[in-house]
Design a protein around this ligand. Structure first.
Ligand code: SF4
Ligand code: SF4
Ligand code: FES
Length: 274
């Protein structure tokens, strides 16, 4: 687990003298910013790849800002009041005072993840492949016991499934599989299908706790227009959508970068051998 630098108080901010450089202050330290980057980009450039926990963010997708686990406090003065903002989709701006690990932010992140876990099979979370499950990794990073969630359990998506969700648990397709009990409604699969593949097979149906990922107009993976590209499985932070080979859980002996020859687009691929 990446050890986070201790959060410094806003009063410890150290101003820079070069007035031509645009800066923001990360935990009190003046840091040059790049126009157009998000607060999360800035944090990653300066604190390493994992500065704050994230769930709905994915490296190859547009920022979405739905889970709020990446929230930080942003103030406009060193001693000013901080507003809570999702770092993954908030543009960084000159003179922001960004606090990443205040007690308030730690409490907020824990609270959000506890709420996610009320609707998640936590027994399964303890036993499945933790390397591939980002929710488990976020729980570890925030640092609390999965059994200590303070809120009562809600119905799991498959328990609540009606006829309209007949394919929430779906093994009809030769390559793609879904088990939406493990879905945390992050939209990463929907966005991957739209943004990466341009197929728009997946949508979020329903509202609130009654939401689920639907394929096409509520059909199975097999009957939908899915072209088996696997982008949704790659994007899914849990095991809610996977491929039949469980590729994300496979530790490769060798990875080769190549080009897909399926259609004329020529997408870059990494092929694993293991
Ligand atoms: S595997 Fe199918 S559903 Fe998933 S992203 Fe590709 S086309 Fe969309
Ligand atoms: S199936 Fe996976 S990627 Fe899609 S919303 Fe659920 S958890 Fe997120
Ligand atoms: S990772 Fe930023 S809102 Fe989800």
């Amino acid at each position: 687990m990446t050890r986070m630098p201790d959060a410094r108080t806003k009063a410890e901010a150290t101003p820079v003298t070069d007035t031509d450089t645009m800066v923001a202050y990360i935990n009190g330290k003046a840091t040059p910013i790049i126009e157009g980057e998000t607060i999360l980009d800035l944090l990653r450039r300066n604190m390493g790849p994992d500065p704050v926990p994230t769930l709905c963010d994915a490296p190859n997708l547009e920022p979405f800002g739905s889970c709020r686990v990446c929230s930080v406090e942003v103030a406009l003065q060193a001693d000013g009041p901080g507003r809570v903002m999702a770092s993954c989709h908030t543009p960084v701006a000159q003179g922001q005072f960004i606090t990443t690990h205040s007690e308030r932010m730690k409490r907020l992140r824990k609270n959000i993840v506890e709420l996610v876990l009320t609707n998640y099979p936590t027994e399964q979370l303890k036993t499945e492949d933790h390397g591939a499950n980002e929710l488990y990794n976020v729980v570890q990073k925030i640092g609390f016991d999965i059994d200590s969630v303070r809120y009562p359990k809600g119905a799991l998506p498959l328990d609540a499934a009606g006829a309209d969700r007949a394919f929430a648990s779906d093994t009809t397709h030769p390559y793609m599989v879904s088990n939406l009990d493990s879905c945390i409604n992050c939209y990463r699969c929907v966005r991957a299908c739209d943004e990466v593949q341009g197929e728009m097979v997946l949508t979020m149906a329903g509202r609130g706790f009654d939401s689920w990922i639907a394929k096409g107009t509520g059909e199975s993976f097999k009957d939908s227009d899915c072209v088996s590209c696997g982008a949704c499985a790659q994007a899914c932070p849990t095991s809610a959508i996977t491929d039949v080979f469980k590729s994300k859980e496979t530790v490769a002996d060798r990875i080769v970068r190549t080009v897909c020859t399926y259609c004329g687009v020529g997408c870059n691929l990494k092929c694993s051998e293991g």
